[in-house]
Design a protein around this ligand. Structure first.
Ligand code: BGC
Length: 919
């Protein structure tokens, strides 16, 4: 009982010590937060019938962990609030699991809304409060529940003449038909409880309900191999419905399905007749339902969008805009839609994030390069569109062209776009201020050229709208060297530019494909910037869909015709990416799902090999793509990757408890390793080719025994030294070059490479104005200018793989085993840096390091999430010189001194925030 005598200050201190706010003093200091279902926040329309739930636990106190958990899932918010888990009450379950908690309640039906919450018990068995409620909804679980038919409008495609290109002569005539508008009207006469629109397309679709865009998502339903499957989205639209007359309208663009995709001015790669399929499920308060389904009663016409194509751009004539998505619009002159599709793919819920706008960029400058030709510099190379804001005359035509770089005369450099025309055109209606941004195209650009203006533009004329798959931010990095900060940002922006429903190679030229090699090279770095789990969950299905009969994985996923032989390092993405997702997030289901497919791939590699497990005489291999005069022999690359994928297979088999398989794959790995050594490694440890990538592959793939490892390490450093301490690696060598140097204890060399700003280096591109990661080290040089425009992207992420080294070695944050359950904190500062702040929001919660260096004085603040532990390695002469929060480190709660070699002090720490200092 509070006698009223306790000094207020003491009460506050006690509450603070308990980690709770007012009124929560009784709860455990551990709280469940960040609830997710299938690794997404409140996902709508999932079709996983045993979804995985997860959360993070947080605590203000050190040494906290979860001893038990409980989940409640209910059919209504009210039931959940009353603690009635009518779908599932897990009861109290012992254990520290916070991820992949498989829903174990009653069978879930299509369209069901599942409200849920969790509570946890701390290490002393004290229960937390219930978490904030979260929700997920089920999609359409059975194909036969699709009442909507495929509908489209082909008339204007037949009528569309071959459109001449707007500029230049190198473009052959293009077919750019207008995307049709399709509509229906319906009545609502009862109180609506909930309305959900299920929507998909062979093409791209934007739905409008009563004049409102249904969702901010772009490029719905995303890109898959449409011959096999197409995804749908479920949108909650209850608030958009009205009593009485309602109108549902959709714009259907060609997109990946039938627009121009990749090189060769080739369109219709999957089909020629775009279609949409949709149904609006209306649940009334009285328990009855209505379904408004796409079907032959819908009407179609063309609208204000004259053309829309990913590569070619979009044209909008505002004079033709009408209110056709509103009820009461007279569609008497519209045509009937056509029904039926060219293919019958499986319809599945999209398991990943949608593409959305995530940033807006203001112009840094506007230059008039020729009379009437204005170039806007948005200051950052990115992928997306430009929003135009203008007061124009009726019929005034504004043309926007896009580029990543400028020519020496200040005009835009577009030759590297190859046949991607990348032109957006807006024709003004002429009434007041007009604002427009396209919906069915995107470009990779930093500069926008605007022509057709009648007066000088302002900075408001153009806004950059950056688009990307809406992954959640997971990391941040900042240090005392602006060049390294720029490098980190460049990798981030290049990732966002290329995560466009699939991980693409580039966002600007006529390519933009899900290149497998690039994805496996970069995936480790990707996960440190953004939560990539659901994004890769989606793409790995595309990968498996693209697998050949004989087990080989393709070059690109989703597959496009003729690109089905990935070859070493590209095909291996089919094994390396699932492994990485498991390693970073502890996702076993992704391994289970693709295990058979991966096993088939290993079998393929084995069959393709000679009896002594070496590559055949002839095989497709890109090698160490875009290296600098240091070409690694393709058989070395081929054998090394065969070995590595096999090793990962062994690890994955072990993780899944498939012990026999693990033994079998380990044995195969040992045999490939032996073959590798016999065929390519000399007695002095020299590897055939003697390239940097040779040694990087051999060391990082564990292909050498201890003695030869030492020699190889020496040859790697020798090669770098001979190039005056420069790298020479292409895509696959660069992936692990820095991590390998760290691994062999030569971060001193890694530091030299990362501080370089002479060719070839990351710093070189930054010195020459790079705001993104270039495809090639010599994309532009002062001596030669631009590289061959046939292949010269300024937004390819492979060389950005270095971000992983930065987080792990400058920030010093590494996972020690799967999923950051045990963490290694070991920043390895060099003399040039004075501070670094690094954060990584792991699946178990945020990890942070902040270090400062003044002379020999080193201070490190570390945060380790509750329910995890870490080893912290401090650069200190001995343990007696290390203090934590002002006291001798041996006395610090939560810290256990492990050992103290001469230059390092190593501690085991429990969760919490620590302030280490060397004195
Ligand atoms: C792409 C790549 C890809 C490569 C294959 C290029 O055209 O842009 O990034 O990996 O081809 O080597």
């Amino acid at each position: 009982m509070n006698t009223g005598k306790t000094p207020i200050l003491l009460v506050f201190t006690l509450l603070a010590a308990l980690g709770g706010g007012a009124g929560r003093a009784a709860a455990a200091p551990l709280a469940p937060v960040a609830l997710r279902c299938e690794y997404r926040v409140n996902p709508s329309g999932i079709d996983e019938t045993a979804p995985r739930l997860s959360w993070q636990v947080t605590s203000q106190q050190r040494d906290e962990r979860q001893s038990a958990w409980e989940v409640l899932v209910a059919g209504t918010e009210a039931a959940l609030a009353h603690g009635d888990g009518d779908f599932w009450d897990s009861g109290k379950v012992s254990g520290d699991d916070t991820t992949a908690i498989v829903y174990g309640g009653r069978v879930l039906a299509s369209g069901e809304v599942c409200h849920w919450k969790a509570r946890v018990w701390d290490k002393d068995g004290k229960a937390s409060d219930w978490s904030e409620p979260a929700v997920w909804t089920m999609g359409l679980l059975h194909q036969n529940e699709w009442r909507g038919e495929w509908i489209g409008y082909d008339k204007m495609r037949q009528a569309a003449t071959l459109t001449a290109p707007l500029v230049g002569t190198k473009h052959t005539p293009l077919l750019l038909p207008p995307p049709p508008c399709l509509r229906t009207e319906f009545n609502v006469s009862k109180k609506v409880q909930r309305a959900t629109l299920y929507a998909t397309a062979l093409g791209l679709v934007d739905f409008h309900l009563n004049g409102q865009l249904v969702s901010e998502d772009r490029f719905t339903p995303g890109w898959t191999d449409y011959t096999k499957r197409v995804h749908y989205r479920a949108y909650e639209v209850t608030k958009l419905l009205r009593q009485g007359r309602n109108a549902l309208g959709a714009i259907l663009a060609d997109g990946w399905y039938s627009g121009y995709v990749a090189w060769g001015q080739k369109r219709d790669r999957y089909g020629e007749k775009p279609r949409l399929r949709a149904q609006l499920q209306i649940d009334y308060a009285d328990g009855s339902h209505d379904i408004i389904a796409s079907g032959p009663d819908w009407k179609a016409a063309t609208g204000a969008i004259e053309s829309a194509d990913f590569l070619m751009g979009e044209t909008f004539d505002a004079r033709l805009a009408q209110k056709w998505t509103e009820p009461g619009f007279d569609d008497g002159k519209w045509d009937a839609v056509v029904t039926g599709a060219e293919m019958e793919p499986l319809l599945q819920a999209h398991p990943g994030p949608p593409v959305r706008a995530f940033a807006e960029l203001e112009p840094k400058s506007i230059t008039q390069v020729r009379p009437g030709v204005y170039v806007f510099d948005l200051g950052q190379n990115f992928a997306g569109v430009a929003r135009l804001k203008i007061k124009g005359q009726p019929g005034q035509k504004i043309t926007l062209r896009f580029a990543e770089r400028l020519n020496p005369d200040g005009s835009i450099y577009t030759s590297n776009l190859r046949s991607a025309m990348a032109i957006d055109t807006y024709i003004c209606h002429g009434r007041g201020t007009e604002t427009w941004e396209p919906r069915f195209t995107y470009h990779g650009f930093q500069y926008v050229e605007v022509t057709g203006l009648k007066s000088r533009p302002s900075k408001q004329t153009i806004t950059g709208v950056a688009l990307s798959s809406a992954t959640t931010e997971a990391g941040k990095f900042e240090c005392s060297d602006p060049m390294l900060n720029r490098l980190a940002r460049n990798t981030y922006w290049t990732q966002r530019a290329n995560f466009m429903d699939v991980p693409t190679d580039c966002p600007q030229r006529d390519e933009r494909l899900g290149w497998m090699g690039d994805a496996q090279v970069y995936i480790g770095a990707a996960a440190l910037h953004e939560d990539a789990q659901a994004f890769f969950t989606k793409w790995l299905v595309d990968v498996e869909d693209g697998q050949r009969e004989d087990g080989e994985y393709p070059k690109v996923a989703p597959l496009i015709a003729g690109e089905d032989d990935g070859g070493p390092a590209w095909a291996d993405a089919g094994v390396i990416c699932p492994w990485t997702i498991y390693d970073v997030y502890g996702d076993r289901r992704i391994l289970e799902k693709h295990y058979k497919s991966m096993a088939r791939f290993i079998e393929f590699c084995k069959k393709r090999s000679t009896p002594d497990l070496l590559p055949p005489e002839k095989f497709h291999c890109y090698g160490d793509w875009l290296n600098i005069n240091d070409d690694t022999p393709k058989p070395v690359v081929g054998t090394a990757y065969f070995a590595w994928s096999t090793k990962l297979m062994a690890r994955m088999a072990a993780a899944l408890g498939k012990t026999e398989d693990a033994v079998m794959y380990n044995d195969l790995f040992e045999r490939i390793k032996a073959a590798f050594n016999r065929a390519y490694v000399g007695p002095d440890g020299r590897i055939e080719g003697n390239t940097q990538t040779d040694y990087v592959l051999a060391l990082s793939f564990d292909l050498l025994d201890a003695g030869r490892q030492k020699q190889a390490a020496q040859w790697l450093v020798e090669n770098i030294e001979q190039r005056d301490w420069h790298l020479s690696t292409g895509f696959i060598g660069t992936k692990s070059l820095m991590l390998t140097l760290a691994g062999i204890g030569r971060n001193d060399v890694a530091w030299r490479l990362i501080h370089n700003d002479t060719f070839p280096s990351w710093g070189f591109s930054i010195r020459h104005g790079a705001t993104s990661i270039w495809e090639r080290w010599d994309g532009w040089t002062p001596e030669k200018g631009f590289q061959d425009p046939k292949m010269n992207s300024f937004a390819h992420y492979s060389f950005g793989a270095v971000y992983q080294w930065m987080v792990e070695n400058i920030g010093g944050i590494q996972s020690d085993g799967p999923a950051y359950k045990h963490i290694l904190i070991a920043p390895q500062p060099d003399d040039k840096l004075t501070f670094a702040d690094t954060t990584y929001d792991s699946i178990h919660g945020p990890i942070e390091t902040h270090w400062r260096k003044v002379g020999r004085h080193f201070r490190l603040k570390v945060t380790i999430p509750a329910n995890t532990t870490a080893t912290v390695v401090m650069p200190a002469a001995d343990v007696s010189s290390v203090f934590e929060s002002g006291r001798r480190v041996e006395k610090a709660p939560g810290v256990k001194v492990l050992r103290w070699p001469r230059v390092l002090a190593e501690f085991e720490v429990a969760s919490g925030t620590y302030d280490f200092e060397t004195k």
